[in-house]
Design a protein. Structure first.
Length: 276
């Protein structure tokens, strides 16, 4: 029961963070949301791993750094997509990046389970339907879909590289990937000269998504430690459902029917990938 509650906490934390950050990014500089939230996430990650051994071999450290850089790119693409597109469509499409580590495993000789084999075409079909324009020729929420697909590819890269880093050291992977995430985001902000100045109240708000993501990651790690990975992974992957529900209720998003079907198929495929 505790493992299930922790996994639900992960789904809730990720889902709320993936709603809150894009919404904040619609009314304040995107660079401020990205940098502020991830600095907060790094601080929480360091606190959660105090006393743990963070040393990693060269390969593990390289994978952790690669994971952090990919995560930074994924978040930037996702937040950018959500500034113009419907969160109820963008979120499931971006989460479809869960296909990537499965495909990487296939190329490496892994044999995915039947649920994963069923989940891959569902995710891909869902993305195709979510990208459909309305019969009237309007965009119907497809704005930002290109950025969402970029987020999916980078998110999948993050999952694949982070798994390799965590196999060396779970604590090290968490902290060093977060360090790389913050550094790469900071460098991008400087190179692009992106504005980051916000008021004191907004400055406190931008910390919230990073805190939720870090706590969600910690809860997931604890859930896998005391519960069945096959169970907690499926529950944790329900986080896009939280984002979609919040967008539906609070933002009153109403995508076209075919796009809602596509989002639903993508979510179902993600759950099957985790179940495999």
């Amino acid at each position: 029961m505790i493992a299930i509650l922790l996994a639900l906490g992960t789904a809730f934390g990720y889902g709320v963070a993936n709603y809150l950050a894009p919404v904040l990014g619609r009314r304040m500089p995107l660079g401020a949301v990205l940098l502020g939230s991830q600095v907060a996430g790094l601080a929480v990650s360091v606190l959660l791993t105090l006393g743990a051994d963070l040393t990693m071999d060269a390969r593990g450290l390289a994978l952790a750094v690669a994971a952090g850089v990919a995560n930074a790119g994924a978040l930037a693409c996702f937040y950018r997509a959500a500034r113009t597109g419907n969160l109820s469509i963008v979120s499931p499409v971006a989460a479809g990046g869960a296909v990537v580590p499965v495909l990487v495993g296939l190329l490496a000789g892994d044999r995915p389970g039947p649920w994963q084999l069923a989940g891959i075409p569902l995710v891909l079909a869902g993305i195709v339907l979510a990208a459909r324009r309305s019969a009237a020729g309007g965009v119907s929420g497809t704005e930002g879909l290109g950025w969402a697909l970029g987020a999916a590819a980078l998110f999948g890269t993050f999952l694949a590289t982070y798994a390799g880093a965590a196999a060396d050291s779970s604590a090290g992977a968490l902290v060093w990937s977060r360090v790389a995430l913050v550094v790469s985001t900071g460098v991008a902000v400087l190179v692009l000269r992106a504005p980051v100045r916000v008021g004191p109240r907004d400055g406190a708000l931008v910390l919230a998504p990073g805190l939720l993501l870090a706590l969600g990651t910690f809860a997931f790690g604890e859930a896998t430690r005391i519960g069945l990975l096959s169970v907690v992974s499926v529950i944790a992957t329900l986080n896009p459902v939280v984002t979609v529900v919040l967008a539906f209720v609070l933002l009153r998003e109403r995508p076209a029917t075919v796009q809602r079907v596509g989002a639903g198929l993508a979510l179902a495929g993600i759950v099957l990938l985790a179940a495999g």
